[in-house]
Design a binder for this molecule. Structure first.
Ligand code: HPA
Ligand code: ZN
Length: 344
C-alpha cells in the first residue's frame, strides 16, 4: 500500500510552483563548478557540505544558501544548474515548473543580470523539447534589501520581460513586510508580470493579508501560518487563493517540529487551495516526489488527497485554461488506473 502511494505520488502529473533554482544546487555540482571556476569552498568534501545542512530557522539556512551561490559565475553555470533541476523534476512527474530566481544574489557579486537569465532561459527552452516539461520564470526580490534596489532589478529585467511570467518576494521575512515593496509590485503589475510573494512562513498572518491587499498577489508562497487567523482562512477559502506549501522545507527550517505535526492535511480539509512543492530541494532533503510521498506517509494522506494536490497544482499554475484542462484529464486517467483506491 505504502509503495503504491509512493508510485502514485511520482506518476501523477504535477506542476511545481515554489522552487528556488539556487536551492537546487546539489553539493556535487557545487564542487564541480567551484573547480571549473577556481572558487575556494569552505568545505573539504560533499559529505561535509551535507553535514552542514542543519538549520535552526530561515536565516540560518539563508546564510549557507547565499554562500553556496558563490560558485555560480558564468552563463553555462546557470544553464547546468537549471538543466539538472529540470531532469530531476521531470523524473518526478513534474510537467510544468514555475521557477524562482534571485538576480540580486548574483548581480551584487558582479555577475551580470544577462548572464543569469540567459543561462536559466536556455535550459528551460531546451527542456521543453527534450524533457517534455514547460517552465515559467519568476523573478524574486530579496526582501532584506530595499524597495529601491528591487526597483533597479526590475528595470534591469525589463528587456527580458518576455521570458518572465511574474515577480516574487523571498529571503528574510520577519521585519520585512510586503508593504516595503508596494511600488515595485505596482510597476511589475503594470508591465504584465503576475505577482506572488512569500508570506506566513515565519512571518505573521498579517503579512499574508498585506501581500493580498497591498501587493495584490495571485498566490501566497508558504502561507502555513494562516491557520492562526480564522477570518483570513475564510477569505483564502472564499477567494481560492493558492498557497504553495513546502512540507520538507518547513521541517528543516523548524516551522514545524516534524512532518507529523505539519498542518497541510488540516489546510486541505478546510478547503484551502494548497499545493505541495520542494522550495530548496538540495538543502531540504527531497524534490517534489519526496515531498508528496513523505508527507503522505506522515499525515496518512490517501490517494484522493494526493490526486487533489496534483489537481490543485494545475489549478494554481499560471497556465492557459485549455492546458490546465489537458493536465486535469491526465490526472483523472492516472488516478483511475492506479491500484490505490481514490476517494475524492
Ligand atoms: N523562504 C524565504 N526565502 C527563501 C526561501 C524560503 O523558503 N528559499 C530561498 N529563499
Ligand atoms: Zn521559498
Amino acid at each position: 500500500m505504502a509503495s503504491d502511494l509512493v508510485r502514485l505520488a511520482r506518476e501523477l502529473p504535477k506542476a511545481e510552483l515554489h522552487l528556488h533554482i539556487e536551492g537546487t544546487l546539489e553539493p556535487e555540482l557545487m564542487f564541480q563548478l567551484a573547480r571549473r571556476n577556481g572558487v575556494k569552498l569552505p568545505y573539504e568534501s560533499v559529505d561535509e557540505v551535507r553535514r552542514a545542512y542543519v538549520f535552526s530557522n530561515l536565516q540560518s539556512f539563508l546564510d549557507i544558501y547565499y554562500a553556496g551561490c558563490g560558485v555560480l559565475l558564468r552563463e553555462q553555470d546557470f544553464y547546468d544548474l537549471t538543466w539538472a533541476y529540470l531532469e530531476r523534476a521531470s523524473a518526478d512527474g513534474v510537467r510544468h515548473a514555475e521557477i524562482f530566481f534571485d538576480p540580486q544574489t548574483h548581480t551584487d557579486r558582479g555577475v551580470a543580470f544577462e548572464t543569469v537569465i540567459t543561462g536559466i532561459h536556455r535550459a528551460v527552452h531546451d527542456a521543453r523539447d527534450r524533457l517534455n516539461i514547460t517552465s515559467g520564470l519568476i523573478l524574486c526580490f530579496l526582501r532584506h534589501l530595499s524597495g529601491d534596489a528591487a526597483m533597479h532589478t526590475l528595470s534591469e529585467a525589463l528587456p527580458y520581460a518576455e521570458w518572465l511570467i511574474g515577480v516574487g518576494l523571498d529571503s528574510s521575512e520577519v521585519g520585512n513586510p510586503p508593504r516595503k515593496f508596494r511600488d515595485v509590485y505596482a510597476r511589475a503589475r503594470d508591465v504584465g508580470l503576475l505577482p506572488v510573494a512569500h508570506a506566513g512562513e515565519e512571518g505573521p498572518p498579517e503579512y499574508i493579508s498585506d501581500a493580498l491587499d497591498v501587493l495584490q498577489v495571485k498566490r501566497i508562497d508558504h502561507g502555513v501560518r494562516c491557520l492562526e487567523d480564522a477570518r483570513l482562512v475564510g477569505r483564502l477559502v472564499e477567494e481560492q487563493v493558492p498557497l504553495t506549501v513546502c512540507p520538507l522545507s518547513n521541517v528543516k527550517l523548524r516551522v514545524f517540529p516534524d512532518l507529523k505535526q505539519h498542518n497541510l492535511k488540516r489546510m486541505l480539509d478546510r478547503g484551502l487551495l494548497v499545493t505541495v512543492n520542494s522550495d530548496d530541494p538540495a538543502y531540504f532533503g527531497g524534490y517534489v516526489g519526496e515531498n508528496f510521498s513523505q508527507t503522505a506517509q506522515a499525515l496518512m494522506l490517501n490517494a484522493g488527497d494526493l490526486t487533489r494536490l496534483a489537481r490543485n497544482s494545475f489549478q494554481a499554475a499560471f497556465l492557459p485554461q485549455d492546458q490546465k484542462q489537458k493536465y486535469l484529464h491526465e490526472i483523472t486517467s492516472v488516478a483511475g488506473q492506479s491500484s490505490v483506491k481514490t476517494i475524492s
